[in-house]
Design a protein around this ligand. Structure first.
Ligand SMILES: [Zn+2]
Ligand SMILES: [Zn+2]
Length: 94
């Protein structure tokens, strides 16, 4: 197996941080499954971010690489960049 040919998705996260991400992801999935079990409608399913906030999944961002969901603030932190102001919602001036 030629591992060098695989896509290189390593983030700057330390092994400890990666371990934390895996634990966080497992908890998030468990919470989603719990809500499914008690028949929470899809549009009302909430996910707990690593920072403790419980947010509707539609307002969360899922990392392409580690699969963890983040609130906007934590997503910016996780990706190491800010979302340009012009991307944040649709501003209604009039
Ligand atoms: Zn990630
Ligand atoms: Zn957060």
């Amino acid at each position: 197996m030629n591992y060098a040919a695989l896509p290189f998705y390593e983030s700057k996260a330390t092994p400890e941080e990666k371990q934390q991400e895996r634990i966080c992801l497992r908890k998030q999935i468990e919470l989603i499954l719990d809500q499914e079990r008690i028949k929470v409608p899809m549009q009302h399913v909430r996910i707990r971010c690593g920072c403790g906030k419980l947010i509707n999944w539609q307002y969360m961002f899922r990392c392409l690489y580690c699969g963890v969901w983040f609130c906007k603030t934590c997503a910016e932190e996780h990706y190491g960049m800010r979302v340009p102001e012009s991307f944040v919602g649709v501003q209604r001036e009039s």
